[in-house]
Structure formats: C-alpha cells, structure tokens
Design a protein around this ligand. Structure first.
Ligand code: ADP
Length: 319
C-alpha cells in the first residue's frame, strides 16, 4: 500500500490569447478539473497499480464532493479531515504561448492538523511507502513521516513547490527525496550552502551532482527529475538499492508532450507505487517505470485527469 498525505485543489483554468495585464479584462476558454499535488500523486499511485490511501482536508462544498467522487472512481481509500474552510482551489491563466500565471487558495489544505494525521496511524502501519509534498502544513507532513518511520515504511518527500522552505528536521526524516531542478537548486541554497543555477543543473557533471545530493541527504536516496531528460539518481554509500552504483542517470522516454502539468506528480506517484508493489526490483528499474509513466502523462491534458493506467504503460513499453 502507498499512503499519500497532501493537498486537493479544484483547478480553474482560463486560456486566452495572452495573460491579462493589471486592469485588463479578457475573454477566453474555461475548463476546470481536479488537481493539487497530493491528489495528483495519489491518482498516479492508484492508476500505476498500488493500493492507495489519500489523507487530506476538504471543505463542505462542491470541491469536497468532487474529491470524494473521484476517489471512489479510482479506488482510492480517502481519509479526509472535514474543514470549515473552502476546499483548495487554483486559478490558472494560460496564454496562447503556454505561459501561465497561477494563484492558489489553499483553503482546507492549510487546515490539516497533525492530530488528524495521527488518527490515520493504521493506514501508515499498512503502507510500504508514505509520500508527502509541501502543499500541506509542514507540522502535519512532518508527523506523517514520523509515523511512517515508526511503521517501517519508506518515507518519500517530494519537496514541491519550490517556494516552500523545507526545515532541516523534515529533511532528516526522508529516506527518498525527489526534487525537480528548481526545487533542487532551492534546497541546495538553504541546506547545502551552494549557489547553483537550476537551468544548467542537468549539464553539471555527475560527480558534482552526486556530491551535492550527498551533502543534502547524507543518509538517503535523491532522485532529481530533469524534465524530458529523465532523472539523476544518487544513493548513500551504505544503500544496497543502487546495485553497486552510487549514482547514475536514467534517460527520459520519448513523448508527444502536449501538457507537462503534473509530470512531476506522475513521476512521484508512479515511483511510490513501483516501490510498494515490488521492493525487490533494482531501483534503476523502478525509476525507469516512473519515467515511462510520467512521459505518458504529458501526452494528456490536465493534472490528475492526465494520469495513465498501468495497462496503457505496459501496452506502450512492455512490462
Ligand atoms: P516537474 O513536473 O515537477 O517540473 P519534471 O519537469 O522534472 O518535473 O518532470 C518529471 C518527470 O516527468 C521527468 O523526470 C520525466 O520522467 C517526465 N517528463 C517531463 N517532461 C517530459 C517530456 N517532455 N517528455 C518525456 N518525459 C517528460
């Protein structure tokens, strides 16, 4: 089982010829759909074949009802803390060139309490992997990783979004850290004392990347996702998961990408599911599956809605 502790948002998306300037009113196309990093990752985990629990906070409104209906549709064991605040929302403007501006209303997500997470102890105890992100209160996700540690589960921290600071105590609780390039640069700035340029990270040599990863998470595994280029993996010296290798790249898979929103969420959910389903497989193969899964997610529009199913991934790439 995988337990994801995190956010649910209703995404409201307007696509117009350009982004609106201050004071300007534009007409454009509108659609809405489910999102939130936590929910996206839970849907990816469930569709990638793992029994999945999702711990979140929801308002008593149509957004909360949507979350419940979608969880049922994907067979997700939903454990929601009822909140007086509205369900989380994101207002997203997209210009014709694909650039976007986003405002998030965390709403109920910001109200998830450590004691509610405590009450989900039973789900954690049954889980091989507990996966958290930073769209929920840091105290609550810290509690989740503490409980996961007590239960012997793999503690997976996706340090997203990049503008939320990761306290040292939280970092210390992670067995597996999965930043994208921007998040990796932000973590190094705060915890590694190094100034690196996110845009040129993928071009750094592997030894240097490995050194950065080791400084950031001396005891655990770091997987830096590199967009279409796939990812870089760095293991601790004592970690046997690397099959003798301490660091390596796993190339991305070719995709006809039309919407890369949620690619990182697809990757995280799929990696958690792969680890929970077959912990004995070499780590590089688990990451390869996550790359395949995430590549396919970019070929569909939307966030949670874009997540492919295991059968489709196997049909495309083999088992
Ligand atoms: P984020 O979505 O958080 O910015 P990345 O852009 O690093 O994260 O993407 C996460 C993963 O999604 C990558 O490691 C890769 O497996 C996959 N991916 C992203 N963009 C593409 C693409 N254009 N083609 C193929 N795979 C992609």
């Amino acid at each position: 089982r995988v337990t994801v502790v995190g956010s649910f948002n209703v995404d409201h998306v307007w696509t117009a010829a350009a982004l609106p300037r201050p004071g300007e009113t534009l007409a454009g196309r509108y659609h809405s759909g489910p999102g939130g990093k936590g929910f996206n990752q839970a849907v990816a985990s469930a569709r990638a074949g793992a029994s999945t629990s999702f711990v979140c906070a929801l308002g008593a409104d149509s957004g909360g009802q949507l979350a419940r209906a979608l969880a049922v549709a994907d067979g997700i064991d939903l454990r929601d803390q009822p909140s007086d605040a509205p369900t989380g929302t994101a207002g997203i403007f997209v210009g014709s060139d694909g650039a976007n501006s986003i405002v998030i209303g965390p709403g109920a997500n910001a109200a998830m309490t450590p004691s509610f997470v405590d009450a989900q102890r039973a789900a954690m105890a049954e889980s091989a992997v507990v996966l958290v992100q930073l769209e929920s209160p840091v105290a609550s996700i810290t509690r989740a990783l503490q409980l996961a540690g007590e239960a012997g589960a793999t503690r997976m921290l996706n340090p997203a979004p990049a503008n939320v600071e990761v306290p040292t105590e939280l970092l210390a609780l992670a067995d597996l850290l999965t930043p994208n390039e921007t998040e990796f640069a932000a973590l190094l700035r705060r915890h590694g004392g190094d100034e690196v340029d996110a845009a040129s990270l993928a071009a750094l040599n592997d030894e240097l990347l490995h050194t950065h990863c080791r400084r950031l998470l001396p005891h655990g595994t770091v997987v830096v996702t590199l967009g279409a280029a796939g990812c870089f993996v760095s293991h601790a010296p004592q970690d046997l998961r690397g099959d003798g290798l301490q660091h390596y790249r796993v190339a991305g898979e070719a995709a006809q990408a039309i919407d890369t929103t949620g690619a990182g969420d697809a990757f995280n959910g799929a990696l958690a599911a792969a680890l929970a389903r077959d912990a004995q497989r070499p780590f590089a193969q688990q990451v390869k599956f996550a790359n395949r899964y995430a590549a396919m997610s970019t070929e569909n529009a939307g966030a949670a809605a874009a997540m492919p199913r295991l059968a489709d991934v196997i049909g495309r790439f083999g088992g």
